[in-house]
Design a protein around this ligand. Structure first.
Ligand code: TYM
Length: 332
C-alpha cells in the first residue's frame, strides 16, 4: 500500500493556503487511499525566534484543526514530531550525507535567513539544517508520497537526493519519495500582496484568511483583496496576479477550473463576492467541528498519544537499519 507522510509547522494560525494546498487533500483523499501519517512538526517551530508558551499552544491548536478538517485517527496516524525521537536520530545521520552547500541553496532558508538578519537577529544553525530534519521526517517512514503545496517541492527534491545518496553509499535503506501537489490551490497568494505567498507568519494578517476567522472577517478580507489595473476578469498569473489568485481560490473551493471561471464573472465585484462566499462555505464545517473539539481537549491528547505510539513503531525499524548501515553498533 502506498504510504503518505506530510507535516505542518505550529508557527502561527493555520491559513486558507495550508488548507487548500495541503490539509484538505490529506483529509478528503490521502487518508482513505494510502497508509497516511500526518505530523505537527513542533521541532521545526524552534528554528526561529519563538515564545515557548505560544509553540505549545499552537501545537495543540494545529492538531485540533487537523482533526476539525477531517483527519480521522481511525484511518490514519496523527502525532507530534517531538514525541517520536526517531526524527532527530535520523536527522543527525542525514546531516552526515548532506552538504552545507545544499542547505545554503534552499530558497526558504535564504528568504527566512534574510528576514532574521534584516531584523538584526542571528540565524539559528537549526534554520540551516531545517531541510535535513524534514528529510528525516519523510524517510523515517519510508513514505512514497509527500502531499505538499508548491513551496515545499524543493525540500522534497532534496529529500530524494539524500535518500539516493544514502542508499548508494550505505546500501538500500530508504524509499525515494515524491512530492504530490494539487492541480489548483498549490500556491495561494496573499490577498493584499499577490506577489507573495499567503503565510502563517504574516505581520498584519490583512491579506491572510485564517481558518478560524469569523465569516464576516473572511468576507471583508476577500472583498478588500488587491485587484489589478484593468476591469475585465482574466486568468493571467504574470499580468493579473490579484485576480488570478481570486480565481484560483474560487476554483479550489468550488472544484471548478480557474480559467473557465474567468468567463463566468464580468466584474471584480462579482468575482470577489463569489469567492468570499465560497471560502466561508468551505470553512464553515471546519469551524464548527473545531468548536466541538475544543470542548473536549482530552480527546486531542489521546489521539496524539496513540498517534505517537503508532508512528514510533513504524519509524524505529527504519532508523535502526539506517544506524547499522552507516556503521553504528546496535545497543546490546
Ligand atoms: P508549512 O507549515 O509552511 O505548511 C504546511 C503545508 O501547507 C502548504 N502551504 C501552502 N499551500 C498553498 N498555498 C499557500 N499559501 C501555502 N502555505 C503553506 C505547504 O506547502 C505545506 O504542504 N516544511 C514544511 C513542514 C514540514 C513537512 C515535513 C512537510 C516539515 N516536515 C515533512 C512535509 C513532509 C512547512 O513549513 O510547511
Amino acid at each position: 500500500m502506498t504510504r503518505v507522510f506530510s507535516g505542518v509547522q505550529p508557527t502561527g494560525h493555520l491559513t486558507l493556503g495550508n488548507y487548500l494546498g495541503a490539509m484538505r487533500r490529506w483529509a478528503e483523499v490521502d487518508q482513505y487511499r494510502a497508509d497516511s501519517l500526518f505530523c505537527v512538526v513542533d521541532l521545526h517551530a524552534l528554528t526561529v525566534d519563538h515564545d515557548p508558551a505560544r509553540v505549545s499552544r499552537l501545537s495543540r491548536q494545529t492538531a485540533t484543526l487537523l482533526l476539525a478538517a477531517g483527519i480521522d485517527p481511525a484511518v490514519c496516524t496523527l502525532f507530534l514530531q517531538s514525541h517520536v525521537d526517531e526524527h532527530t536520530r535520523l536527522s543527525y545521520l542525514l546531516e552526515c550525507v548532506a552538504t552545507d552547500g545544499e542547505m545554503r541553496r534552499m530558497i526558504q532558508y535564504k528568504e527566512k535567513a534574510a528576514r532574521v538578519r534584516d531584523r538584526g537577529g542571528s540565524v539559528r544553525l537549526s534554520l540551516l539544517t531545517y531541510p535535513v530534519l524534514m528529510a528525516a521526517d519523510i524517510l523515517a517512514y519510508r513514505a512514497d508520497e509527500v502531499p505538499v503545496g508548491e513551496d515545499q517541492t524543493q525540500h522534497v527534491q532534496l529529500t530524494r537526493d539524500l535518500a539516493e545518496r544514502f542508499n548508494q553509499r550505505y546500501g538500500h535503506t530508504f524509499v525515494v519519495p515524491r512530492a504530490t501537489v494539487p492541480p489548483v490551490g498549490a500556491r495561494v497568494m496573499n490577498l493584499q500582496n499577490p506577489g507573495s505567498k499567503m503565510g502563517k507568519s504574516d505581520r498584519t494578517g490583512a491579506g491572510v484568511v485564517y481558518l478560524l476567522d469569523e465569516p464576516d472577517v473572511v468576507r471583508r478580507k476577500v472583498m478588500r483583496a488587491v485587484t489589478d489595473s484593468g476591469r475585465d476578469v482574466v486568468y493571467d498569473t504574470a499580468g493579473r496576479p490579484g485576480v488570478t489568485n481570486l480565481l484560483e481560490i474560487l476554483a479550489a473551493c468550488t472544484g471548478g477550473n480557474p480559467e473557465s471561471l474567468a468567463d463566468v464573472h464580468d466584474t471584480y465585484g462579482s468575482l470577489k463576492e463569489a469567492t468570499a462566499e465560497a471560502v466561508v462555505e468551505v470553512l464553515r464545517p471546519l469551524r464548527e467541528r473545531h468548536r466541538e473539539l475544543c470542548a473536549d481537549p482530552g480527546q486531542v491528547e489521546e489521539v496524539l498519544r496513540d498517534g505517537a505510539e503508532k508512528a514510533r513503531a513504524v519509524a524505529r525499524p527504519t532508523v535502526d537499519a539506517a544506524c547499522r548501515a552507516i556503521g553504528l553498533l546496535p545497543a546490546a
